[in-house]
Design a binder for this molecule. Structure first.
Ligand code: OSB
Ligand code: MG
Length: 370
């Protein structure tokens, strides 16, 4: 397939409810969508770079500029036998994995549509139904948080993850455990602690958490290995894992027992599969992380989650938890058993509502090679 043009667009979507982590609160998403125009077929992907460089150094305006100036030129007009063939063409650019991911994943979507195959099958997935959990942000009060937990348990979600930070951690976990002693519960610190907090972090063991996600620095493996030796609770790494080599380093040094795979964070489906395989080989379970995606990124997360070693519930949940109206048809729905049943149609199985996307667009640019 020949990549004839790339369309970048920014859409604005207000969240149904703000989302707060240890690094900040988001009310409105600015989402970068990328369309790969290939021989009459359009592949779609979402660049998960945030509104600000707080989760990672990547953010939407930098992503736009990087794609336009450095990533699109080497791939435009190229004929690809397979989507993953774009990876070496973009390798000269260091980092910017979320931007690279948007290009690669749009090509995967186009390839799946052209081959008339479900994307999950093209990726090598085997699971027809995936287990879903939820990530619940920091709230204005513990009472409000408990209400949210109750709602999600009632909806059938199989794992509850709460965001923590100093001052919103042990007190919160204690109240949740008092009320629900048996649920699968985890927490995510998004790098809110340091080595000074090791004695404090040891107190998390009391709550029988499935894991504590990214307690220390976003770029650290070494100190997580030290911390893991002192904890009963399993550490899960998110931010620290940029590619399969990081996964290998983390696993061999004992820095974590679980890994969260976000396809944008690792640079696209090819690298996500590699991280998955490294973990599988080392018997490290993985799960699919989320980045408050619109339906387009969400549909890609679902396809990825069908790979065999995605054995823990992911942060892949229903569209309606985030959006009044999602940009795909049908929206992502979760069964009362807390699962998503994977679609069998070609591509993601979710149609992009281009009319709605157009209405939400605030900026658009089509890139061609000259
Ligand atoms: O650390 O997993 C994270 C959202 C934005 C940035 C980082 C993270 C998150 C989430 C939300 O936890 C997951 C989701 O529901 O999409
Ligand atoms: Mg996380």
């Amino acid at each position: 397939m020949k990549l004839e043009a790339i369309t970048l667009r920014e859409i604005r979507m207000p969240l149904v409810h703000f989302f707060e982590t240890s690094f900040g609160r988001t009310y409105d998403r600015r989402i970068l969508l990328l369309t790969a125009h290939c021989d009459g077929v359009d592949g779609w992907a979402e660049c998960v770079a945030g509104e600000d460089p707080y989760y990672s150094s990547e953010w939407i305006d930098a992503a736009w500029a990087t794609i336009r100036q450095f990533l699109a030129p080497p791939v435009l007009n190229h004929t690809f036998a397979a989507a993953s063939d774009c990876v070496p063409l973009m390798a000269r650019v260091r980092g910017h994995r979320m931007s690279k991911c948007a290009i690669e994943n749009a090509l995967w979507d186009a390839q799946a549509k052209q081959a008339n195959t479900p994307l999950w099958r093209l990726l090598g997935g085997t699971q027809r139904e995936i287990a879903c959990g939820v990530s619940i942000g920091i709230q204005d009060s513990i009472e409000l948080l408990l209400e949210k937990v109750e709602t999600e348990i009632a909806a059938g979600y199989r794992r509850i993850k709460v965001k923590v930070k100093p001052g919103w951690d042990l007190n919160v976990l204690k109240r949740i455990r008092q009320r629900w002693p048996e649920i699968l519960l985890s927490c995510d610190a998004n790098s809110a602690y340091t080595t000074e907090d090791f004695p404090h972090l040891r107190k998390f063991d009391e709550f029988k958490l499935l894991m504590i996600e990214q307690p220390l620095w976003n770029d650290d493996i070494h100190y997580h290995a030290r911390l893991q030796r002192e904890l009963k609770t399993s550490i899960c790494l998110d931010e620290s894992i940029r590619h399969a080599r990081d996964a290998e380093a983390a696993v061999s040094s004992g820095a974590c027992r679980i890994i969260n795979i976000k396809v944008g964070r690792v640079g696209g489906f090819s690298e996500a599969k590699r991280v998955h395989d490294v973990c599988h080989l080392n018997q490290i379970p993985v799960w699919c992380g989320g980045m408050l995606e619109s339906g387009i990124g969400r549909a890609h997360n679902i396809a990825l989650s069908t790979l065999q070693n995605f054995s823990l519930p992911g942060d892949v949940s229903a569209s309606k938890r985030y959006w009044k109206e999602d940009i795909i048809d049908p929206e992502v729905e979760v069964t009362s058993q807390g699962t998503i049943v994977v679609k069998d149609q070609p591509g993601t199985g979710y149609r992009v509502r281009e009319d709605l996307v157009e209405k939400l667009t605030v900026r658009k640019e089509t890139l061609r090679s000259d």
